[in-house]
Design a protein around this ligand. Structure first.
Ligand code: TEU
Ligand code: CA
Length: 537
């Protein structure tokens, strides 16, 4: 029997860029409330809100300075309670983003911890340097080091992300108690669960130097450590199991083995998790060095993970990733390839996660210079590439293709000023294709990408095979990817042509259930970027 978070489709909202309601150029909670009817129309069952807590916005909400309030830019706690109530009226559940590996350096806990004698000192990881050097050689997720010297304190503090995001010390039982309190606060308000930010790096087993690595020096001391498993089991036992809720972990650098240790239902840690392997098939070593997308590599990774875990959290884009149609699709076949990705996402086994704008085929941002970018990660990497002597054209190409700002431009609602997102210039530029790509132009068009998402969400909702069925990879050949979903005597074959060429793939004894092309039945020849669902039995 499936749980409700396995039956429903999740829609991720990046609140800053979804809908501005008060004309300050920044998305907000009242803006989200004003768009709930459209999300209900789409068929969304759960909304994952990227962080809406007070934040100095170094990392736009992923640096939290108060876990039990609402960022005034987004509104008030009353607005949040109204959002919860309005969503519930539409049978939409709300999931919050739980960022507990680190806080903002403006959090009162951190400010007090700078005093060596403060009871908050051990909420964070403070260490003396080695002479003039930091305590170890670890490298950070945003490039650069992971230790910041604090004059007042006379010591360094650890930050695996930006220096304004000090890591919490999860060896301290008071940190555990504080986080349990925060989780109960939101669950008592009716929040239906949490997306857990970089949740598999909480416990640092050692602060010893790491093996030098091009990716993350030192990660062997904190990736998926036993201490983290113990933390997750305790949070589940003492808090989560007392509510009808779920968790989806964002888990970096997991393998099928380490992922199973985090998401195996028997271990009662996470309910499901986002892995990254399929999102790393178009890069060399790190995401800044792009590699041509190869559908076969992508399909092979997806297939591996479909059978590696008891349940998957399937996604092709989010607020950290470039737009999937620009990355895995084809601009020449923008509509068809966006619909192919839609059919793939909604026919895989597991909970589908749709990111705002994906449902209308929003593309990467057409920015032309660094001063249009806001993302701390992009700016850090650009500065490091410059220091390393990368030519300007090369470092610009790296950033433009991969910057997280590609996914953070304002939601394109209509062809009006600022794409209907705001009445003033937004905090981040609007993609110039908003007059062509927007919700309003697709809403009543039965052949639009949004209509395909709406149809596929309904198709999946009515199909026990797609929701609960098994997954079997059938063909992974260059640009062709075919798999079978079976359940209780029904068998559906999904065939995806990730290429601009016609491809012959006869499929005897099957009846067409759905295609992203207008056709009566399946003639064994796939059109460019055609995706079909065939009923085999
Ligand atoms: O992201 C974790 C993370 O590692 C991402 O930076 C990811 O590695 C990369 O950007 C995409 O490949 C989470 C949040 O999703 C991200 O927005 C935050 O910046 C980060 O944690 C720190 O909280
Ligand atoms: Ca606003």
């Amino acid at each position: 029997m499936l749980k409700w978070w396995q039956e429903r489709v999740v829609y991720q909202i990046y609140p800053r860029s979804f809908q501005d309601s008060n004309g300050d150029g920044i998305g907000d909670l009242q803006g989200i409330i004003s768009r709930l009817d459209l999300l209900q129309d789409l068929g969304v069952g759960i909304i994952w809100l990227s962080p809406v807590y007070p934040s100095p916005n170094v990392d736009y909400g992923y640096d939290i300075s108060d876990y039990k309030d609402i960022n005034p830019e987004f509104g008030t706690m009353a607005d949040m309670e109204e959002l919860l109530a309005e969503a519930e009226k539409r049978d939409i559940k709300i999931v919050m983003d739980l960022v507990i590996n680190h806080t903002s350096d403006q959090h009162p806990w951190f400010q007090q911890s700078r005093d060596k004698n403060s009871p908050y000192r051990d909420y964070y990881i403070w260490r003396p340097g080695k002479g003039k050097k930091p305590p170890n050689n670890w490298s950070g997720f945003f490039g650069g080091g992971t230790w910041e010297y604090d004059e007042k304190s006379g010591e360094y503090y650890l930050h695996l992300f930006a220096k304004h995001q000090p890591d919490l010390n999860w060896r301290n039982p008071r940190v555990m108690a504080e986080v349990k309190e925060i989780m109960r606060f939101w669950l008592d308000k009716g929040v239906a669960g949490f997306r857990c930010d970089v949740i598999n790096i909480l416990y640092k087993s050692s602060l010893a130097d790491g093996r030098p690595s091009l990716i993350l020096t030192g990660s062997e001391h904190y990736l998926s450590q036993e201490g983290t498993h113990e933390i997750l089991r305790e949070l589940r036992r003492d808090v989560l199991d007392n509510f009808d809720c779920f968790t989806v972990g964002e888990t970096v650098f997991v393998t099928p083995k380490t992922a199973l240790d985090l998401a195996d239902p028997e271990r009662k840690e996470l309910d499901m998790l986002f892995s990254f392997e399929h999102m790393e098939t178009d890069q060399y070593i790190v995401k800044w060095f792009k590699r041509r997308f190869h559908a076969g590599r992508f399909a092979a990774s997806i297939s591996k993970w479909q059978t590696a875990l008891p349940w998957n959290a399937n996604y092709f884009e989010n607020h950290d990733q470039p737009r999937s149609v620009s990355r895995f699709g084809d601009a020449e076949y923008w509509e068809k390839s966006a619909k192919l990705l839609c059919i793939m996402l909604l026919t895989l086994r597991g909970t589908p996660f749709i990111y705002q704008g994906q449902e209308i085929g929003m593309t990467n941002f057409d920015f032309t210079s660094m001063d249009q970018l806001r993302d701390v990660e992009s700016r850090n990497i650009y500065a490091i590439a410059k220091r390393l002597g990368f030519p300007k054209a090369l470092r610009w190409r790296m950033i433009k293709a991969t910057s997280r700002d590609n996914a953070r431009t304002p939601m394109q609602w209509n062809a009006g000023p600022w794409a209907g997102f705001s009445t003033v210039e937004p905090w981040l530029g609007v993609n110039s294709n908003y007059t062509r790509i927007n919700v309003e132009s697709q809403l009543d068009d039965p052949n639009s990408i949004r209509s395909m998402y709406k149809a596929m969400i309904a198709f999946r909702a009515g199909s026990e095979t797609l929701k609960a069925g098994s997954f079997e990879a059938l063909k992974i050949k260059k640009d062709l990817f075919a798999y079978r979903r079976s359940h209780a005597g029904e068998s559906l074959a999904v065939i995806l042509n990730f290429s601009p060429r016609e491809r012959s793939l006869p499929w005897a004894g099957a009846r067409l259930a759905l295609s992203n092309y207008e056709r009566e039945d399946y003639d064994g020849v796939l059109q460019p970027y055609e995706a079909v669902i065939l009923k085999e039995s």
